[in-house]
Design a protein around this ligand. Structure first.
Ligand SMILES: C[S@@+](CC[C@H](N)C(=O)[O-])C[C@H]1O[C@@H](n2cnc3c(N)ncnc32)[C@H](O)[C@@H]1O
Length: 364
């Protein structure tokens, strides 16, 4: 394998292991339930847990994004649109497809597309083929096709595709998503991989921060144009969720930057978002009508059910409460939706993270 100095992207790809190990740890420590993550982490049984602070953050992030995704899917299911599709950019070892497909909203999921660097998708495709628990959710063995020299995997609903998201999407994504499955032959295989008529949710979980805003703007713009092409009739609603760090110019943010730099990772994507108020602009600048953001700190205080905060606060001793607050205040979930004239009904405008029924709970 190339060292990080010869292959600067190796450091960025290594953040996938961080995310997967954090999720595995949160599952092992019972913050979250996810029967699939252990199949995507090599030697899962031997991996040491992450510190409590990381587990608490992973729980808040995952619970909130699950809530937003579920709500988006429910709105799509009630809008007679024939279901919805989800595209996860920089998906890494994420397990969301399997959790949704086997959950109560699984029937309304028409497509789930994941994109990452080829090194990451190749590893994931191999893990899927190796694990009956993962492969069974995709369909019969005959329905699962490995393509592009092992870097892509296609099945009737789930598609794993390799691309460098910094490259011009008119070439890279267009060639991969706006075409039918290469070679065809899949059940229900009609139309392009990315269906232009369905409500679509884009997930960017900790990925845009690693690229310059020119590249991430081009990426969002490509999706907007795909669904809102001129003369193509009423466009399908397009939602997006971004989770990442922001406000890195303060002393704590500078420490975060220094820590990443020590691993040869820079965060150019955080530069245009120096504070909380700047976050929704990442969608509003592309004509999304509704966009909002919440920090993980506020999410944990007001948007996670009181019983759940209480339950998780008993799982481990957490001494560093001040540090926890500082870390959580530097991560945000931002979401937005772009709707057409007819589909622009109040249900999409009301898509948001629902506050917990009770107010803040104090730490025990
Ligand atoms: C921190 S991980 C997050 C993984 C997953 N979204 C999650 O939250 O569990 C970031 C992922 O983005 C991918 N990534 C970063 N920059 C990318 C790029 N330019 N093209 C494709 N994938 C990229 C990395 O390879 C890695 O898998």
């Amino acid at each position: 394998m190339l060292s990080h100095s010869l292959d600067p992207d190796a450091a960025i790809r290594s953040t996938d292991s961080d995310a997967a190990l954090a999720r595995l740890s949160a599952v092992q420590k019972q913050y979250l339930t996810d029967p699939y993550i252990r199949h995507l982490v090599p030697r899962a049984h031997f991996q040491p847990p992450r510190p409590p602070l990381i587990n608490v953050g992973t729980h808040a992030r995952s619970t909130a994004i699950d809530g937003l995704v579920d709500d988006f899917m429910r709105i799509a299911a009630h809008s007679n649109s024939g279901g919805c599709q989800i595209v996860s950019l920089g998906a890494g070892s994420d397990t969301r497809f399997w959790r949704i497909a086997t959950g109560e909203l699984g029937a309304s999921l028409v497509r789930y597309i994941e994109v990452d660097f080829p090194e990451v998708t190749t590893k994931k495709a191999m893990a899927i083929k190796k694990s009956k628990q993962l492969a069974n959710v995709l369909g019969e063995p005959a329905d699962i096709k490995i393509a592009n020299g092992g870097t892509s995997l296609h099945s009737p609903r789930y598609h794993l595709i390799s691309a460098d998201l910094r490259q011009a999407p008119e070439q890279s994504l267009h060639a991969a998503l706006s075409v039918p499955v290469p070679g065809g032959g899949l059940k229900d295989d009609t139309g392009p991989i990315l269906l232009p008529h369905l409500p679509t949710l884009l997930l960017f979980e900790c990925v845009l921060v690693y690229m310059h805003s020119d590249a991430s703007n081009a990426l969002v713009r490509w999706f907007v144009d795909y669904f809102h092409a001129p003369n193509s009739g009423e466009p399908a609603p397009l939602g997006a969720i971004v989770y990442e760090m922001f406000g890195l110019q303060d002393p704590f943010g500078q420490v975060m930057l220094t820590n990443m730099k020590a691993r040869s990772i820079t965060l150019p994507g955080a530069v245009p978002y120096p504070n909380f108020a700047s976050l929704p602009s990442r969608f509003l600048q592309h004509g999304f009508q509704h966009a909002q953001a919440l920090t993980l700190r506020d999410i944990r205080r007001k948007y996670i059910r009181r019983e759940e905060v209480h339950r998780t606060s008993k799982l481990e001793m957490l001494d560093e409460l001040e540090e926890l607050e500082l870390v959580l205040a530097h991560y945000a979930i931002t979401w937005g939706v772009k709707v057409g004239r007819i589909s622009g009904d109040s249900r999409w405008a009301a898509w948001k993270l629902q506050p917990a029924p009770e107010d803040r709970i104090e730490e025990d």
